[in-house]
Design a protein around this ligand. Structure first.
Ligand code: KG4
Ligand code: ZN
Length: 389
């Protein structure tokens, strides 16, 4: 089954053609990140306008890259949530319209589920043993090299931080989640604070890598363990960095005028001042922050994996691109013989190939969305069980 997939939930426009939920025949991503960088974050009005102008060229490029035409497509899928309403609307409307015009089945896809299913995608050119499915949709489609259920997934994106038990395709059991900021959000806010710009994750990772690792890091930042739960909290860490930066600037220049700055402006102002003042070491502080996030994510994920007795753990979402996290978590899990899987970096952040992967496992069971499907900006994973209070 060959699926044309569309992703437009935030500031990336994606079009992909994916076969059987695994083989990428084309995957085009048009990113607007540089456009939003000057504002220090995504501006929704700018994002939706860019989605509109980028979508058709991105679709054209996907067909050209795959060397395929409309006659080769069996179904169309598009993200319907979560994300920015205006951005979602562009891709979803395009997907439904093309499905209607071409007489093809259509499916709306949950963006968070798609991040998880990025783990089913294979490098271009890798051949996959075809399944003997006997045309029975109830027979699970499992092929050599696929992730093995039961799984534990750590979903870490710009707005989500969740530990999810997945006993089989389509069943999600929530073990824990962030009580305040998401992991990616913390990276983005601290990056702004350190004058490193947007998107924050890669910027912090790059800055941390430039520090002299033979010296002890002078900064030690707190960790919120949320003991007795599988929950997370990152807002205290972000505040600790803010106070440290402000303290260093005060020590250098004397206290400011005492006026309480508005919180949104505060991050950028402090960040700009920090960068020019050289009052502290940006690489050391970036590394201390990253260490703290990675330590908590890796330790709590390993704990949950042990409790559940799973043999494989998946990373999903933009923060899964972080190399320090991959290395630390893989090492901790290995002592228990548990394998860590993650998508290649380009498939961790938003893309349409992952939409095509998730769509396949629904479409093969006969699921379809109506053309009245609307965008759902606040969509969650469809949790069958939540162990949260
Ligand atoms: O999944 P994603 O591309 O978009 C959402 O669905 O939110 O995730 C974006 C988030 C941003 O917060 C970005 O800073 C973070 O993922 N991110 C990273 C890295 N690359 C992207 N965080 C840490 N390390 C990275 N290398
Ligand atoms: Zn995403």
């Amino acid at each position: 089954m060959r699926i044309l997939a569309i992703e437009s939930s935030c500031d990336e426009t994606g079009a992909a053609i994916v076969e059987d939920g695994r083989t990428i025949q084309a995957n085009i991503v048009a990113s607007q990140a540089s456009l939003h960088a000057r504002y220090g974050g995504v501006v929704p009005e700018v994002a939706s306008r860019q989605q509109l102008s980028a979508l058709i060229p991105t679709l054209d490029l996907a067909f050209a890259e795959a060397g395929l035409g409309w006659g080769d497509i069996d179904a169309i899928a598009a993200t319907y949530g979560p994300g920015l309403a205006g951005s979602l609307l562009i891709g979803l409307t395009a997907g439904k319209t093309l499905a209607l015009a071409r007489g093809l089945p259509f499916l709306g896809v949950n963006h968070l589920e798609a991040h998880i299913y990025a783990n089913w995608l294979r490098p271009a050119g890798e051949t996959i043993a075809s399944a003997n499915l006997d045309a029975d949709p109830n027979m699970p489609d499992e092929r050599p090299g696929d992730p093995q259920f039961p799984l534990l997934a750590l979903v870490i994106s710009g707005a989500h931080t969740e530990l999810v038990h997945i006993p089989r395709h389509g069943r999600y059991e929530l073990l824990g989640q962030t009580r305040d900021d998401a992991a990616g959000e913390a990276f983005d806010k601290v990056s702004r604070l350190l004058g490193l710009g947007y998107p924050g994750g890669p910027a912090i990772e790059r800055a941390a890598a430039t520090r002299d690792a033979t010296r002890a890091n002078p900064y030690k930042l707190p960790r919120a363990w949320m003991r007795g739960t599988h929950n997370f909290s990152f807002s205290g860490l972000k505040t600790a960095v803010l106070e440290l930066v402000e303290g260093a600037l005060d020590a250098q220049d004397g206290p400011g005028d005492g006026a309480a700055p508005r919180v949104t402006g505060r991050y950028r102002r402090v960040g700009e001042a920090a960068l020019t003042a050289g009052a502290f070491s940006v690489p050391d502080l970036a590394a201390a922050f990253q260490d703290s996030v990675v330590d908590v994510l890796a330790t709590k994920t390993t704990q949950a994996a042990r409790e559940l007795g799973v043999r494989q753990v998946l990373l999903a979402g933009g923060v899964a691109a972080n190399l320090a996290l991959r290395e630390r978590l893989a090492g901790m899990l290995a002592t228990d013989g548990i394998a860590l899987r993650y998508p290649p970096i380009a498939l961790c952040t938003d893309n349409a190939a992952m939409i095509g992967a998730a769509a396949y496992f629904h479409l093969r069971l006969g699921e379809r969305s109506g053309l009245d499907l609307d965008v759902r900006p606040g969509l969650q994973l469809p949790f069958a069980v939540s162990t949260l209070p």
